[in-house]
Design a protein around this ligand. Structure first.
Ligand SMILES: Cc1ncc(C[n+]2csc(CCOP(=O)(O)OP(=O)(O)O)c2C)c(N)n1
Length: 163
């Protein structure tokens, strides 16, 4: 698997915006916390004409963030976008929970009821993998990044306490 290199944290809300290269792929997260803009199209959108052999785009998302834009998975299938969602599914708008606790308030209404995101991706016509154990992560990421036919998604069941 290609080596992942994360740049220094910079910009965005609380310095959480990240862009990184993984081999020929591009990784980015939203700058406004976990719930940012919809996933970018291959090549970043706008600007120069589409690359005839577009690079795979990797979008690392929270479950709340992706949940706002779930229909974009069907758009990616329709357009054959080489897009991989890596979804950190912690069942919570955890950054908001942290903000509530930071304001010395009880956590209120930040829990989420999620679909099975991997199954959702497959129902949309893409490919999906679900990760619950650490040793499942690498094979799932390798398969998702190698998926040549449109979008793929890796759902990682994770803890909301680490946000
Ligand atoms: C479009 C939009 N709506 C609301 C917000 C405010 N916001 C920032 S983080 C966040 C919760 C993100 O939750 P999730 O995607 O599950 O990520 P987690 O914090 O659990 O890692 C929200 C609602 C935002 N940044 N953008």
């Amino acid at each position: 698997m290609p080596q992942l290199t994360l740049p220094p944290r910079s910009g965005g809300e609380g310095g959480r915006a990240k862009r990184a290269g993984v081999g020929g792929a591009e990784i980015c997260t939203g700058g406004g916390g976990g719930a940012g803009p919809p996933p970018p199209p291959p090549g970043g959108g706008g600007g120069p004409p589409p690359d005839p052999s577009p690079r795979r785009v990797v979008a690392v998302c929270g479950d709340g963030g992706l949940g706002q834009y779930l229909a974009e998975v069907t758009t990616a299938v329709k357009e054959g976008f080489p897009l991989t969602h890596v979804v950190l599914d912690n069942g919570e708008l955890a950054k908001i929970s942290r903000e509530q606790l930071g304001a010395i308030r009880p956590v209120w209404e930040t829990n989420l009821v999620n679909p099975d995101f991997a199954e959702y991706a497959r129902l949309c016509g893409g490919a999906g993998w679900s990760v619950r154990e650490p040793d499942e992560l690498r094979p799932a990421l390798e398969a998702a990044l190698a998926h040549a036919d449109g979008p793929s998604l890796v759902e990682i069941h994770s803890s909301s306490k680490d946000v």
